[in-house]
Design a protein around this ligand. Structure first.
Ligand code: AKG
Ligand code: FE2
Length: 268
């Protein structure tokens, strides 16, 4: 992806969130729909997040709900279209490389999340307003993503993302020309626990707003996802159930569980 494209999509998302509320509310989420503009309306573990979001399904193209796609700023739609296609290419390359890294045929993961015309990519634009009492609110509480992987574009100037490793939180530095890749729950499931879904959170800056854009590849909800049989061995018995539509399970357990993946774990 070119730096120009990264800068452009960052700029356009900032411009969108800076529009007057009544303009943004033209694209508000409706009912239970995840798509559209709004606050992070799920109570995660008893608390709200200090976060505004615009959530859009970008793939497959024939399932786009354009009524949620902002017409302002100009070029938002065309740029998101371009960015989505690039994300698809990046994620395909990664799925193949990750499969090869486990000495598997390169199509194993790609077949789950990339090669079917009903496979999905969601875009989640995040906006974190500044807060003078920044240490009393959380941008996004600690969570893992329900996707296969997450292709994350961070703000160019304002840090905020933190990741959990060995029980300690680490700040993720800003590298303007870099994209961050997380492992999500579905890759942990399909790899039978070899790849670990990343626990991460977002903190708020007291003086400046922050944006980010998470692209989330998901499978066709009709497709069954489970640990690949090649990765189930005597030493590593099957850790997760096979299931359809993990996305739905993830949202069902959002409020009640710190790690939704525990809902599909096999306990021996
Ligand atoms: O804002 C960030 O850097 C992370 C966003 C995130 O974790 C998410 O959208 O799931
Ligand atoms: Fe996340």
């Amino acid at each position: 992806m070119s730096n120009e494209l990264l800068d452009k999509i960052r700029e356009l998302s900032k411009e969108f969130f800076k529009l007057p509320l009544e303009e943004k509310e033209k694209y508000s989420s409706e009912g239970d729909s995840i798509e559209g503009y709004g606050n992070d309306n799920t109570i995660r573990q008893g608390n709200f997040n200090w976060n505004d979001k615009l959530h859009l399904q970008v793939h497959p193209e024939h399932r786009r709900q354009l009524e949620f796609w902002p017409e302002k700023p100009q070029q938002f739609r065309t740029t998101l279209h371009e960015y989505s296609n690039k994300t698809k290419e990046v994620s395909e390359t990664l799925f193949k490389a990750m499969s090869r890294s486990l000495k598997l045929d390169e199509n194993h993961f790609f077949e789950l999340w990339g090669d079917d015309k009903e496979d999905i990519i969601h875009a989640r634009f995040n906006f974190y307003p500044l807060c003078p009492s920044a240490n009393q609110v959380v941008g996004l509480k600690a969570h893992t993503d329900g996707s296969a992987i997450t292709v994350l574009l961070q703000d160019k100037e304002i840090e905020g993302l933190q990741v959990l490793k060995d029980g300690q939180w680490f700040r993720v530095p800003i590298i303007p020309e870099a994209i961050i890749i997380h492992v999500g729950d579905q890759l942990e499931i399909a790899s039978n626990g070899i790849f670990k879904s990343l626990v991460h959170k977002v903190v708020i800056n007291p003086k400046c707003d922050r944006i980010s854009l998470a692209m989330l590849p998901l499978p066709n909800p009709e497709k069954e996802i489970g640990p690949l049989k090649e990765l189930i061995t005597e030493d590593r018995p099957q850790m997760f159930k096979s299931l359809k539509d993990y996305g739905q399970i993830y949202f069902n357990y959002m409020a009640s569980m710190e790690r939704q993946i525990n809902a599909v774990k096999i306990n021996y």
